[in-house]
Design a protein around this ligand. Sequence first.
Ligand code: HEC
Ligand code: HEC
Ligand code: HEC
Ligand code: HEC
Length: 435
Amino acid sequence: MKKYRQQLPLLPLMLLMIVINVCAAPLPQFSQEKHMGVATCASGVCHGKSVEDSTENVMMTEYRVWLTEDDHARAYKTLMKPASKQIAKKLGLKSAHTAKICLDCHADNVPRNMRGKKFQITDGVGCEACHGGAEKWLSDHKETGATHEKNIKLGLYPSEKPRDRAKLCLSCHLGTKDKFATHRMMGAGHPRLSLELEAFTQNQPAHYKVDADYEKRKGSISSVNMWLTGLFYKADSQLQLLQSKQFRQHGLFPELSFYECHSCHRPMNPSRWPVEAASNNVPPGSIRLDDAVLVILASVLEVLSSEKAATLKSAIKQLHAASLKDKATIMERAKAIQAILNDVSVVVIEKKYMVTQKKILRKKLLADAGTGLFRDYSSAEQVFYAVETLSIDLKDENKYADKLDKLLAAIDEEDKYYPEQFKIIAQLFFQKLSE
Ligand code: HEC
Ligand code: HEC
Ligand code: HEC
Ligand code: HEC
C-alpha cells in the first residue's frame, strides 16, 4: 500500500502535514553534510557505467545520462556563453561564472567549507545539488544492508517524495527568498522561469526507472497527483515570496517578475483586457499579479468542492484588489490564500483520482479555457501542461493528438500568443471531448 494513497481521516492527515512541513528535509543547498563532487559518484564501477547493470537495483549509468543528455550538466557552461556574458555586462557583474547570483542556480554553489576534495563548481547542477551532500552516505549507501531510510537519515535528499521534489525543483525554477531571477535579470536577457512539476519531471532525461523494484523501495506517485502537488507548492512558494524581501525591497515599483509579464509586454492592438478572468475587479489598464496557478487550482477545486472553490476565488479577487493598494495589504492577502490552500491541499494532493474524475478535470479546464478564463499567457501555458498530463495519464493522448498539438502551437511561442485563438482551440477540444 502506497503511503500517499491511504485513506486517512482528514484531521490526522492535516496534523501529519504540519509535522512534515516542520521536519521537511533542508534543501541540498543547505545540507549539513559536505558535497563530495560529481567525480565521487561518476567512477566506472559506480554510477558511471556505460551500460545498465542488471545486478543492481539502480541503472548505474546515471552519470552518463546526466553528462550526455541532461541540461543540468551544462548549467555552469551556460554561464560562459555569450548570452550570459551579455547578461552579466548589462547587470554590471564582473562575470557570470563567478557571480553568486548566477552560480546559486547554475551550479551546486555550497559554501567553500562544505566542498569535498573532488568537488568542482564547473560540474554545474551536479548529483548533490539534487541528492544532497554525500559526505555521510557515500561509503555506506552501496553496502549491503543500506536502506533508503538510512541514507535519508545520513543526508540523502528525499527527491522521490512529491512535496520534497516540488520544493527542490522550485528552488531554482521559481526561486526562493535567497536566490531569485529578477525582472532586472530578465530585462538583461534571462529567460522567464516557469515550472510544471510533472512535465518537468518527464522532460528531465531520466536516469532512473520507476519499476516494481523502485516502487517497493520508494513507492510511486501518479502523474495527476504529481501535477497537483506541483501546483499547490508553486502557489504556496509564490505567495510566500510575495511576503519576502524579493517582492518588497524595490523602490517605487515592486519586483515586476511577480506580475503577469504580458500585462505589460504585448501589442496594444487588439485590446486584450481579460473581462472573464479572476482579476477582473481591477480596472482595465492595471498591472496584474501572475495568478496562473491559483486560478487553475480554483478550477480544480470547483470539481471537488464548490464551497472551497468559492472561498479561494474570492480570496484571489481580494489579492488583486490589494495589488492596487499597497505592499502590506498584498502580503496580508497572500497569507490568507496560503491558509486556504493549506486547508485543502492534503485532500486534493493525496486523493486517488478515478478515470471519470480525471476526465471531468480535463473537461473542466478546457471548458473554463473556452470561456476565456485563462487568457493570460502564464495560465494558458499551465492549462496546456495540465491537459497534456491528464491525457497521457488517461492514455488517450494519441486519440487527441491533433487537439493537443493545436493547444501547444497556441502557446509555443510566447511572443506570438493570442488569447482569442487559445480560447477557440480550447472550445474545439472541449467539443471533441463531448462527442
Ligand atoms: C540547483 C538548481 C536547479 C535545481 C535544484 C533543478 N534545476 Fe532544472 N535547471 C536548472 C538550470 C540552471 C537549468 C538550465 C540549464 C542550462 O541550459 O544552462 C535547468 C534546466 C532544466 C530542464 C530543461 C529546461 C527545459 O525548459 O526543458 C528541465 C526539464 C529541468 N531543469 C527539470 C528539473 C527538475 C524536474 C528538477 C527537480 C527534480 C530540477 N530541474 C531541479 C537548475 C536547477
Ligand atoms: C533562480 C534561479 C536562477 C538564477 C538566479 C539564474 N538562473 Fe539562469 N536559468 C535558470 C533556469 C531554471 C534556467 C532554465 C529555464 C528553462 O529553460 O526553463 C535558466 C536559463 C538560463 C539561460 C538560458 C540557457 C539556455 O540554454 O537557453 C541563461 C543564458 C542563463 N540562465 C544565465 C544566467 C545568468 C548569467 C545568471 C546570473 C545573472 C542566471 N542565469 C541566474 C535559473 C536561474
Ligand atoms: C536536477 C536534479 C537531479 C540531478 C542533477 C541528479 N538527479 Fe538523480 N534523481 C533525481 C530525481 C528527481 C530522481 C527520482 C526520484 C528519486 O528516486 O529520488 C533521481 C533518482 C536517482 C537515483 C535513484 C534510482 C532508483 O532506482 O532509486 C540515483 C541512483 C540517482 N538519481 C543518481 C544520480 C547521480 C549519480 C547524479 C549525478 C551524475 C544525479 N542523480 C543527478 C534528480 C536528480
Ligand atoms: C509593469 C510592467 C512590466 C511587467 C509586469 C513585466 N515587464 Fe518586462 N519590461 C518592462 C519594462 C518597462 C522594460 C524595459 C523596456 C525598455 O527598456 O525599453 C521591460 C523589459 C523587459 C525585457 C527586455 C526586453 C526589452 O524590450 O527591453 C524582458 C526580456 C522582459 N522585460 C521580460 C519580462 C518578463 C519575463 C516578465 C514577467 C515575468 C516581465 N518582463 C514583466 C515592464 C514590465
